[in-house]
Design a protein around this ligand. Sequence first.
Ligand code: SF4
Ligand code: SF4
Ligand code: SF4
Length: 366
Amino acid sequence: MGSAKRITPAKIASAIALAWLASSFLYPIYVEVGGSVVKLNGSPELYLIPAFAVWRLRTERDAYQRLRVKVMVGLFFLYWVFIPIFYPRMPLLDGTEAEFTLAVHMVGALPFLILFIMVALVGKRADCGWNCPCVFSRETVGFAFRDATLKGDFWWRWRHLKWLPFAVVWAYFVYMLVDPVHAYERFGRTMYDLILIGYYASFLIIPFTGHRSFCRWACPWAATWGVLNVAGFYKIKADVGRCRECGLCEQNCDMGVPVRRLIREKGVLRTTECMGCGRCVNVCPQGVLSIHDIRDTIRGYNLGSRERLVRMAGGLTVAGLIFLDPGAPWGYLGLAFFATGLFGFCPTYLAVGVVARKARGIFFRQ
Ligand code: SF4
Ligand code: SF4
Ligand code: SF4
């Protein structure tokens, strides 16, 4: 990898779709239909992501990556369709509100706090590998340009660029705490506008840099989650003695992580860059690598690893309803669901026994 190898129909379709995605923010097109003005390129994610996800599922040979695409599509509908129907706007710390899909990544918003906790527990894959509205687009619409991913020592150094937007976003957070009344008007609006311009413009460079270049170099949350990736429970352990130095792991890393060198030097992979896609782990012919997180610290009792992750992520998301609607039971149920995932123990399975075990076998085959 390193430059786009050849032009394929998928790449042509992807390039057109990426330009359309970028135009939805950078160059909105309005038309008049039946006397009303309609934005022709409004929310193209709603049809482009599912369409390219179908292509991904038909062409992806790695079962784990197919699972990843399915999870992304499910979460896409949860975030872009279902939750916005019930909670279209989220309150922020400074008293303002934002659309749910934007609030996911706005400092001082409830969904952001939830993601913060999840990333500390299971690493950046709680967002960047499986769950970010951005990753949905890049891993489906932009995926055809995976082979354009820029790798090697030179491009690896570029990862430090993202500390600049990181500093700006967290300076804004401090401003919010000190002067919540004026922070958004004086700082936040311009900052978020610039981030959104960068975000949408980055779709245009995907054919030349690979689909995750914004995540590698320019995203403020890549840096924020990156700190938690290193400081939290997530890591990729390596049985270095079994490594044959074949390099397949780093050839397959879309974040340009020099996996082979890092595990040789440190015996473990703890980097701000790893977004937890699991490609390096699954491609290694020697079984050298394995992912570890909070679930390996707190031993499970009657729940499998994948089920614990689903319960933690889903439960914490629903638990956020406690803040939005304290009188309703759903948030507390979400909290209980999160706790079952965290501790790996579900009392219902013990109580209901055979039926529950059967259902679990269908949905969470290990
Ligand atoms: S790095 Fe930023 S844009 Fe990329 S997936 Fe993570 S949060 Fe989303
Ligand atoms: S793929 Fe496995 S054996 Fe090959 S370099 Fe990476 S860790 Fe070593
Ligand atoms: S280091 Fe491995 S798990 Fe992390 S992003 Fe690269 S391929 Fe994915």
